[in-house]
Design a protein around this ligand. Structure first.
Ligand SMILES: [Zn+2]
Length: 142
């Protein structure tokens, strides 16, 4: 009778104990793949630097941090200290000679829909004369 009681006491403990390490091993070996941002299904898998959704074929980069990094680092200010944004319209506040060419960008030239790229010449400007990388200090938001 004594051994039966002991046996009955030990068995539930073993049953309760065994599934835990199994579950933990399963979780740690599974890579954490986010659900598809397009169709929200979780049938996704890593492919190189991207995640791929098997259901809709959507691909997106694993590193989502790069996007937020750009947002916080990229502050480009115009001649008045106004922060510029992608898609802003600006005018040139002085004549700018384009290096390595005879082109001069005239003061007062309006540039629609600028694109911020960062760096020394941080503003990508599309003009009639071509595409130019300009310093924000020579531009004024309109
Ligand atoms: Zn999908």
């Amino acid at each position: 009778m004594k051994s039966n009681k002991l046996h009955a006491y030990v068995t539930p403990l073993l049953i309760g104990y065994n599934p835990r390490p199994l579950a933990n091993t399963f979780e740690t070996t599974m890579p954490t793949i986010p659900a598809c941002p397009q169709c929200t299904l979780e049938n996704t898998y890593p492919d190189g630097a991207n995640y791929v959704c098997a259901d809709c074929g959507f691909e997106w980069p694993m590193t989502e941090t790069t996007e937020t990094d750009v947002d916080t680092v990229l502050v480009v200010k115009d001649a008045n200290g106004t922060a510029l944004q992608d898609g802003d319209s600006v005018v040139l506040i002085k004549d700018l000679k384009v290096k390595g060419s005879s082109i001069t960008l005239k003061q007062g030239t309006k540039v629609k829909s600028i694109r911020l790229v960062g760096g020394d010449h941080g503003v990508d400007c599309k003009m009639d004369a071509g595409n130019f990388m300009l310093k924000a200090e020579f531009l004024k938001k309109v």
